[in-house]
Design a protein around this ligand. Sequence first.
Ligand code: CUA
Length: 348
Amino acid sequence: MRTRSRGRRLIGLALLALVASAILSACGTSPALTDPQGPVARAESNIWWIIFTICVVIFVGVTAVLLYSVFRFRARPNSPPPRQLHGNTRLEIAWTIAPTILLFLILGLTISTMFGPLVQPADPNTITVTALGHQWWFEFQYPNEHIVTADELHVPTGTVIHVDLYSDNVIHGFWVPQLAGKVDIIPGHNNSLWFKADTAGTYRGECTEFCGAQHAHMDFIVKAESPAAYAAWVASQQQGPAAPGAGTAAERGMGVFQHNGCTACHVIGTPPSGAPLIGPNLTHFGSRSLIAGGVLDNNTTNLPLWIHDAQAIKPDVDMPSFNGSSPGYTALTPSQLSDLVAYLESLK
Ligand code: CUA
């Protein structure tokens, strides 16, 4: 008797946790498929709602019939043996045909979405970007604007954005639930997608294919801005790197950057043509809001922690720790570190 009431309490708690997680997951800042902010995501969200509704109706219907049968036809004391049946042809035909019709309905809706709203419309203002999946961060290149950035993709609202997906390492995935998704980034197979942001805002994106130890720490954001704000961003990103003032911490930091191995992976200024860089292009590093593959805010608290011990924050990342623990890289002194941070943050 005791065990049974404890079991029932456990089941009650599990149900409560399930309901609570379903309700609470709608709060917070997680991107939601059900909150689309552009035509592509809206088409995908509509399909999702239709399938979800069909599934809920079936689940509730089947569960209701099941529960009714369990209680209505349960064994009672002295009840006679039940009538023996050997199938019901009409019923079996019905429950074969009904799911088939439903599945073909879902297939039809999916195909019509794939060849309708998911086909990129012709738009003379289309902006083309390349999203490169690294281990583990996103690089964004604007080939026509000659801009290279990382961790955040800037786009103007109301404009078709064409994204070429490229990887030279492993398979990654590109997904911005509120704008578009989700398409794999496959080495040697150039996928692409398009999206359009209706409203200005910051939309979180994620890598959605397991790509190694830090797959879960491979995020990015899409910053959708008014066309005027986007044009201003493009103009500022097209400038060369800001030169540090004479005698400033930033100027000393530039020396630290040049003499401690940073330039083996990072570029400040024009990227060399040829093979993609190992680390993010830092020409306008100070203008970005995220670092470390989108997992840390870019500020003077996180940046020194990241440079000091990147391997502790993101084990196995290409970025060495500059605390003496990474072979081949010497530890930076506290003043070198703060000068370097001053320099990097000055690169607006
Ligand atoms: Cu890249 Cu997961």
